[in-house]
Design a protein around this ligand. Structure first.
Ligand code: ACO
Length: 322
């Protein structure tokens, strides 16, 4: 019997911080409105010329260091992103080059904000099917490049950043052995027009900008999140009472609080970074995870639930014995 174990985590945030007050100088908004509706106080913005692959490579190096694993020992690289450097090749291939990796395989995964959770479940399946022994799973975004900076209903919500984990196939089957216990992934494409970019290579020969029906996303988010979290609990036989840490996608404080309350998770077990990172899409879960691992909250043996929901709609959850 095998388990996919989290060997190390890493993250990277561009140095430039954009506060709500600064944003209020260029669009008709206020710090008070943004904080009250979203919990966001600031976001990081990539420098000119700093690409998604750069953010991803920084986060990957930090995760490899934490894991004590050399890039030569990695077999699979998955980059979850909605903001690839180029239409092709995969940003993961560019990351491979930046990390000096010649072996293995690399590809991108597109599930918008759920991308990292999808990528963890994908890597877990690939490792268990012996397509490799170690995987580098990265969520990386330069959301600032696809925002309409004149649209106050979207531009205040997002930020740039990257997070990464090193996953490794290990022996183990006991409940207390570390590893991914179960994942649940869902999507329903009927909702795609509620959150999308109004352009892309095939539709418009361009890139497009983020369009969102905020209230519609909000309306569906809590129900979809609780659905997959409960699926994972049902699959594993664990319950909310057993959970040590809940690491949700960081889109909006009100969605996080709403999902936590509906699931009955005490607020002190919920990792929140949306105040300082804003919504970094596929990077949000690994950024929050790395934050809580490095500050000592998440420890070996803890039961950790990852969860995300985003464009598509897509949504998913994963339960991990840390
Ligand atoms: N500053 C000031 N006023 C604003 C701003 C702003 N940045 N944005 C919108 N408003 C105004 C609106 O124009 C509206 O004015 P009106 O009443 O005169 O028409 C008023 O504020 C209320 O707007 P609503 O959209 O109803 O505000 P709501 O309380 O729904 O909050 C928000 C908007 C924050 C977008 C919320 O709907 C939300 O969080 N939705 C979830 C969307 C989300 O998180 N998406 C992230 C991507 S998806 C994901 O990652 C899960």
């Amino acid at each position: 019997h095998t388990r996919t174990v989290f060997r190390g985590t890493g993250s990277y945030l561009p140095s430039r911080i954009l506060t709500n007050d600064e944003l209020a100088k260029t669009v008709d908004t206020t710090d008070e409105w943004i904080v009250q509706r979203t919990g966001i106080r600031q976001r990081h913005i990539a420098a000119e010329g700093e690409l998604t692959s750069d953010l991803a490579a920084h986060a990957a190096r930090a995760a490899l260091d934490a894991a004590g694993v050399s890039i030569a020992d990695v077999d699979i690289v998955i980059v979850a992103t909605t903001t690839p450097d180029l239409t092709f090749p995969a940003t993961a291939a560019i990351v491979q080059q930046k990390l000096g990796m010649h072996n293995g395989l690399a590809f991108d995964l597109q599930a918008v904000c759920s991308g990292f959770v999808y990528a963890v479940a994908t890597a877990d399946s690939m490792l268990k099917n012996r397509l490799g022994r170690r995987a580098l799973v990265i969520g990386a975004e330069t959301n600032s490049r696809i925002l309409d900076w004149t649209d106050r209903t979207t531009c205040v919500l997002f930020g740039d950043g990257a997070g990464a984990v090193v996953l490794e196939l290990a022996e183990g089957e006991a409940d207390t052995d570390p590893g991914i216990l179960a994942s649940s992934l869902r999507s329903d494409g009927h909702h795609w027009q509620k959150l999308y970019t109004d352009g892309g290579p095939s539709a418009s020969r361009s890139m497009g900008r983020v369009k969102m029906e905020g209230r519609e996303v909000f309306k569906h988010a809590v129900g979809m999140i609780t659905d997959v979290v409960q699926n994972v609990f049902a699959e594993t036989g664990y319950s909310v009472a057993d959970l040590d840490w809940f690491v949700p996608h960081q889109a909006n404080r009100r969605i996080i609080d709403g999902a936590g309350a509906k699931l009955g998770i005490p607020p002190e077990k919920v990792v929140v970074t949306v105040d300082s990172h804003a919504n970094t899409s596929a990077a949000s879960v690994p950024l929050a995870l790395d934050t809580a691992v490095r500050d000592g909250r998440i420890r070996r043996g803890d039961l950790v639930m990852l969860e995300a929901m985003g464009g598509g709609f897509t949504w998913g959850a994963s339960l991990i014995r840390w």
